[in-house]
Design a protein around this ligand. Structure first.
Ligand code: PMP
Length: 433
């Protein structure tokens, strides 16, 4: 079943160089060095070929090196790459185009470069607007690695040893139904974790909550999807408590969940929306989409960013939107994703260490456990699975509070044939564990 003996000789050479000259810059993943990619197919420096089930980290939604994307970037690079915060045609038309895709309360768009910048900016404008300083975030949450964003993380792995954290962080349980924090069952719990927010306020807050920030599904914590209705009810709870609702869609938008934006599944109306990753599909791009009543509290230039909204990134994002619309990538994600989910779900009963398969569109998690009864996390099995998949020709990556969840997130251009080919390989590896 194994095609390659990894790492190949050239990958081994560059991996050693990476370890020496850029320690800590890569995570615990398959031992390959990428050289090029097209669509969902990747080549490493040894010429070995793989199908990509990572999209980077849910970045290259339009597929690697999509011709329209590449051409737009090449043309923009030859024309104008940066002029700091002077408006450009690319930027203002992109802001308008993004706003036109939003619910009508979200009427402004501020272009940035990274997801962390977007969540950090959302948190800051929310505090200024509200004149309050506390922010509720969720167990397992990930919002980036800058100080404020890191402080809002609900995973020790993101913030270990980097205290003190930003004052005013209040943490609440995210609905992780496979491992409910309260040992309840989703069919009968009546969304107890939502009810528990009152206890969170009573016990942790000083009564000065400006906003809450939440991911529509938690990626870093292990591809955890809230039960239907949870986010809508949370939004209502926030409104009743005069708490701004910040939705962090940095990884969930641009077709990933089978709709252009994750908020569309429940018609959410966040007050602030963070976008990143897929918006540039490889070009460093992010955005904070917000209600103008909130953004209007900023003085001109108060939140400028040297490369935020540069014409190169904006041209790339325009091309992403063209491709999404012309090729109906959200629809493809829904169709092909349903097929992959069905293939993987059918194996849960047969593979003892495969505890759970969950997700929507082309974003799913496969959670590995020592056995189904105890649900004890199995990070070693997960590591072995990554290695064997890669050796067989499919690149997968891991996440999770215990490092035991595989992310299934191919580029959204994946065809049914490519899905079938990769599922066959993954199925073989699963049965070999
Ligand atoms: N929010 C979410 C939900 C993310 O998944 C990420 C990145 N994994 C970020 C924010 C931070 O984005 P960036 O790495 O571009 O700063």
């Amino acid at each position: 079943m194994s095609k390659y003996n990894l790492p190949g000789p050239k990958s081994a050479e560059y991996l050693a160089m990476s370890k020496q000259y850029e320690p800590g810059c890569t995570s615990d993943q398959a031992p390959i060095v990428w050289e090029s990619a097209q669509g969902v197919r990747v080549k490493d420096v040894d010429g070995y070929e793989y199908l990509d089930w990572t999209s980077g980290v849910l970045v290259t939604n339009v597929g690697h090196c999509h011709p329209h994307h590449v051409k737009a970037i090449q043309q923009a690079a030859a024309k104008l790459m940066n002029c700091y915060d002077f408006p450009t045609v690319e930027r203002v038309t992109l802001a308008k185009r993004i706003v036109e895709l939003m619910p009508d309360n979200l009427d402004t768009c501020f272009m940035l470069t990274t997801g962390s910048e977007a969540t950090e900016a959302a948190m800051r404008v929310a505090k200024r607007y509200q004149g309050k300083h506390e922010v509720i975030s969720f167990y397992g949450g990930f919002h980036g690695r800058t100080w404020g964003a890191m402080s809002m993380a609900g995973n020790q792995g993101t913030k270990r040893g980097w205290g003190p954290l930003m004052p005013g962080c209040v943490y609440a349980p995210y609905p992780y139904c496979y491992r409910c924090w309260f040992k309840k069952e989703p069919e009968t719990c009546g969304l107890f974790c939502l009810e528990f927010l009152e206890t969170v306020l009573k016990t942790q807050s000083i009564g000065d909550v400006a906003a809450l920030i939440i991911e529509p599904y938690q990626g870093g914590a292990g591809f955890i999807f809230p039960p239907p209705g949870y986010l809508k009810a949370l939004q209502q709870w926030a409104e009743e408590h005069d708490i701004l609702f910040i939705l962090d869609e940095v990884q969930a938008s641009f077709g990933r969940t089978g709709k252009m934006f994750a908020f569309q599944h429940e018609d959410l109306r966040p007050n602030l929306l963070c976008l990143g990753k897929g918006i540039g599909s490889g070009m460093p791009t992010a955005a904070l989409v917000a209600e103008s009543r909130i953004m209007n509290i900023l003085a001109p230039g108060e939140m400028s960013s040297t490369t935020g909204g540069n014409p190169l990134s904006c041209a790339a994002a325009h091309a992403v939107l063209d491709i999404m619309q012309e090729e109906d990538l959200p629809g493809n994600a829904a169709r092909v994703g349903a097929y992959i989910k069905q293939r993987l779900t059918s194996l849960v009963n047969e593979v003892e260490v495969l505890g759970d398969v969950r997700g929507m569109g082309l974003v799913m998690g496969m959670e590995f456990v020592k056995d189904k009864e105890s649900k004890e996390p199995a990070p070693d099995v997960t590591r072995e699975f990554i290695k064997r998949c890669c050796e067989a020709g499919v690149i997968v990556g891991k996440v999770g509070l215990w490092g035991n969840v595989i992310r299934v997130a191919p580029p959204l251009v994946i065809t049914m044939e490519e899905a079938e080919e990769s599922c066959d390989i993954v199925e073989g590896v699963l049965r070999s564990l």
